[in-house]
Design a protein around this ligand. Structure first.
Ligand code: RET
Length: 278
């Protein structure tokens, strides 16, 4: 029998160009991305300006750490804007967004690039906070490891399409990792910051960070990944506003304080020279 070519035909795939066009067909969505690229750029300029006279290596390390938050952010939002890190994903059976279509394709728009790039941005927030608290390498690296684990399992939650239970199971795992970070910030670093003499600044940073960070899993649950109560553009604005608080505002507060090179964070020229004499 002759080969039935129609039976071999693949369904039409949505291309990156289609996603790029889709982002700009919804100005609300496009602006939630582009605004953050601009703010991250301005934050980098602010860091360069306020940090221009820093001499102490420990103060410089904190400045570099907060700068990397915005560097990652520009890349993250560029990935979302271009469509590179967006996908239209079909939700599993029983999910409230099951059967939804986006741009004529079965599925919902998933901004998976966000979860991926948090893996690279959140460690730098924690390194800066830990150093301001005067904490040690063990606690700082523990918090970094757990935030990477939290973001990667959050990515797994967003990309799991086989089963609704498995999506939420990933969410639970990610949340447990999150609680470790909350504990380190609220208990360990709060106490250390008081001893170090950075308690006042740390208190403000702690509130912005802990309250801000709790917003992310709440949005995930309310948005299209979870119970689908919020549409994609609103969810995206939610994340973008949380990013403004947890990244740029936190960075500005740190830099204004750091520019004076307070003795609580400075360590002298020998800091970081692990090989004495070199
Ligand atoms: C997810 C879903 C799974 C459960 C939890 C989450 C937490 C995410 C957080 C993100 C923080 C991001 C920041 C980004 C700044 O660049 C992954 C949403 C707990 C806390 C601060």
């Amino acid at each position: 029998a002759p080969l039935d070519k129609t039976a071999l035909a693949q369904p039409l795939e949505i291309t990156q160009a289609d996603l790029f066009e889709y982002v700009f067909s919804d100005p609300l969505l496009a602006w939630s991305f582009v605004l953050n690229i601009a703010l991250a750029g301005l934050t980098i300029l602010l860091i360069v300006y306020l940090g221009r006279n820093l001499t102490d290596p420990r103060a410089k390390l904190i400045a570099v750490s907060v700068m990397l938050i915005s560097v990652v952010s520009i890349s993250s939002y560029s990935g979302l804007t271009s469509g590179l890190t967006l996908s239209i994903i079909e939700m599993p059976a029983g999910h409230p967004a099951e059967g939804m279509t986006t741009a004529g394709e079965d599925g919902v728009l998933t901004m998976w690039g966000r979860y991926l790039t948090w893996t690279f941005s959140t460690p730098f927030i924690l390194i800066a906070l830990g150093m301001i608290a005067g904490s040690n390498m063990t606690k700082i690296l523990t918090s970094v490891a757990f935030t990477i684990a939290m973001c990667v399992t959050g990515l797994a939650a967003a990309l799991t399409t086989s089963s609704l239970v498995m999506r939420w199971w990933w969410f639970v795992i990610s949340s447990l990792f999150f609680l470790v970070i909350v504990y380190i910030i609220l208990v360990e670093w709060s106490a250390e910051a008081k001893q170090t003499g950075t308690g006042d600044l740390f208190n403000t940073l702690k509130l912005l960070t802990v309250i801000g960070w709790f917003g992310y899993p709440i949005l995930w649950a309310l948005g299209v990944e979870g119970f689908a109560l919020l549409d994609v553009a609103i969810t995206s604005w939610g994340y973008s506003i949380l990013d403004i608080i947890t990244k740029y505002i936190v960075t500005a507060l740190i830099m204004v304080w750091l520019a004076k090179e307070p003795s609580e964070v400075t360590a002298g020229a020998d800091y970081g020279s692990s090989l004495p004499g070199f």
